[in-house]
Design a protein around this ligand. Structure first.
Ligand code: ZN
Length: 541
């Protein structure tokens, strides 16, 4: 069952107190923003989610806010909880999610770095709920959670969030560290300028405590930054970090790295990726730009990245550049919606529908992001059951997603990763390609006129009688002529008793025979398979 979010508005004459109902339980929302859970309502709902799905969701207290680290030092003006806040991380994955596995891809998504940006935690929560509710009902989501740990920190800066919700008119952005400028109340450190990479670099942040982008007294001076970065450093493999990041700006990470970081902010409709500290391309721009472009395919957002036409301004010491530059993972951020205090119509009708699929797609690429993002995508995957046949068809595309931005805007050309021919589309029966061994079954899908371009419609007919009764999962993966395997798309096939007993007369020749994979040539990635040797075991629908 998909989660249905019902919005209930409990209106009074003076102020509207709104709530969100999730699984028949009511959670508090921000006044006049009935689509956005308040921080209290959000944490209550996430605690309930973890209780209801202990095998999928774990919540961990990973650190303390500035106020919790400095009890009694609040500003004496705002009604701030004296004890401050814990900072929590959720880990969403199938199986024993309390324990980090060594072989799952790791994804970290954050929101609430900037307190006044109200919509990002709600979007992230919707994504978490989509994952949890899709497990065992959506093949793609199930596959993702079986192969990926999705870590989420909804409120990196909970002190600031409290103030922003309590005093909306302040548009509070930073944390609550009371480093004053004169007698003013515009204090606090910008957690998105406080990272230990390109810290305080000229023009990318401010050294004036009253400014919105004040970087703080020193790199990672703030407990919110330390908490986030310690968590990330523990999560992502140390082996892929550079020894001297600031002096290795031109050294690419290569295509073997694991892990992805996404920071969700508001607003303006941007996808950003490194570099952010300067208007120039990173050494892994071919992969990062492919990732940014493929996000644009879903949300249509402009690309705010070095050497792109919509680069707005430099940000130094920002989290995104740190994750890529210092921790060696794929890194990007979103600027969602049109307002800090996002209106609900646009949030529900636009922000959520365009960004949930983007996040889901990103999650498919976490294990080897700089490699799979260059590979072809499997689009329009469909399964039809016809007289005992299971007809699977799909569109394998090397360019459609990565080049949508080039179709929409003359500022962009066809991307370097998007024009290779499709060399193979392979369908795996009940085993994810990353887990497949020699004895597992897979089939090569065929195009009507052979595989000869970067856009191919492919199909296969499986005989239901060769499959056992019940649910099967089909995993599809396309490879391009440069040897890049794209992200895996999956679909369920439910075989009924009647289908399984359907006898084929002359149609018995139509496909369905299995082969053992040749593991050596499969793993090599660049070996083009000789389709003429496949003995016609597949057929297009
Ligand atoms: Zn922000």
């Amino acid at each position: 069952m998909n989660l249905q979010l019902c919005l209930t508005l409990l209106a009074t004459t003076a102020i509207s107190i709104s709530t969100i109902v999730v699984d028949a339980k009511t959670y508090a929302t921000i006044p006049n923003h009935s689509c956005l859970r308040s921080m209290d309502g959000m944490m209550e709902s996430m605690t309930d989610l973890a209780s209801a799905h202990p095998n999928l969701v774990t919540i961990t207290d990973i650190g303390d806010s500035w106020l919790k680290n400095n009890v009694g030092r609040h500003d004496g003006v705002h009604e701030i909880p004296d004890g401050g806040y814990d900072i929590y991380a959720l880990n969403i994955t199938a199986g024993d999610s309390a324990r980090l596995s060594n072989d799952k891809g790791k994804m970290l998504i954050t929101s609430g770095v900037h307190a006044r940006e109200w919509a990002p935690p709600e979007l992230l929560a919707r994504f978490i709920e989509q994952l949890v509710n899709g497990y065992n009902s959506d093949a793609d989501i199930t596959s993702i959670l079986q192969h990926t740990e999705v870590h989420a920190i909804l409120y990196v800066n909970p002190d600031g969030r409290f103030v922003s919700e309590k005093y909306p008119e302040l548009y509070w952005r930073k944390n609550m560290h009371p480093i004053r400028c004169g007698g003013g109340m515009e204090y606090g450190v910008d957690i998105n300028r406080n990272s230990d990479f390109m810290f305080a670099k000229d023009g990318g942040s401010s050294n004036h405590p009253c400014d919105d982008d004040y970087h703080g007294p020193s790199p990672e001076s703030e407990p919110e930054s330390q908490t986030l970065m310690n968590y990330a450093r523990n999560l992502f493999p140390e082996s892929q970090r550079k020894s001297d990041p600031a002096n290795q700006l031109d050294v690419p990470l290569g295509e073997e790295i694991m892990g992805m970081y996404i920071d969700i902010h508001a607003s303006g409709g941007y996808v950003y990726y490194p570099w952010g500290h300067e208007d120039s391309r990173s050494p892994d721009d071919d992969a990062l730009q492919a990732l940014g472009r493929k996000m644009n395919y879903f949300n249509g957002y402009k690309l705010w990245a070095g050497d792109q036409p919509d680069f707005l301004y430099a940000a130094s010491g920002d989290i995104s550049d740190y994750m890529y530059g210092a921790l060696g993972v794929a890194s990007l951020g979103f600027e969602i919606g049109s307002d800090f205090q996002q209106n609900c119509n646009e949030f529900e009708d636009e922000v959520v529908p365009i960004n949930l699929p983007a996040l889901l797609y990103a999650a498919k690429n976490v294990a080897k992001p700089f490699s799979t993002i260059k590979g072809p995508d499997v689009l329009d995957l469909s399964v039809r059951h016809v007289n005992g046949d299971v007809r699977v068809s799909a569109h394998a595309s090397d360019g459609k997603m990565v080049n949508k931005i080039a179709t929409d805007s003359t500022d962009f050309q066809e991307h370097v990763t998007g024009g290779q021919g499709i060399s193979e589309v392979r369908i795996f029966l009940d085993v994810h390609p990353d887990d497949a061994t020699d004895s597992d079954i897979s089939y090569e899908m065929e195009a009507l006129d052979g595989l000869d371009s970067s856009e191919e419609t492919v199909g296969i007919v499986l005989r239901a009688s060769t499959l056992s009764v019940g649910r099967h999962t089909l995993f599809l993966q396309a490879t391009d002529s440069d040897g890049y395997k794209g992200p895996v798309s999956s679909v369920y096939v439910d075989i009924t008793d009647i289908e399984a007993r359907t006898r084929h007369g002359k149609t018995a020749l139509r496909g369905g025979r299995s082969t053992r994979r040749n593991n050596t040539s499969e793993r090599g990635g660049s070996t083009r398979r000789n389709r003429t040797s496949e003995r016609g075991r597949t057929k297009s629908p």
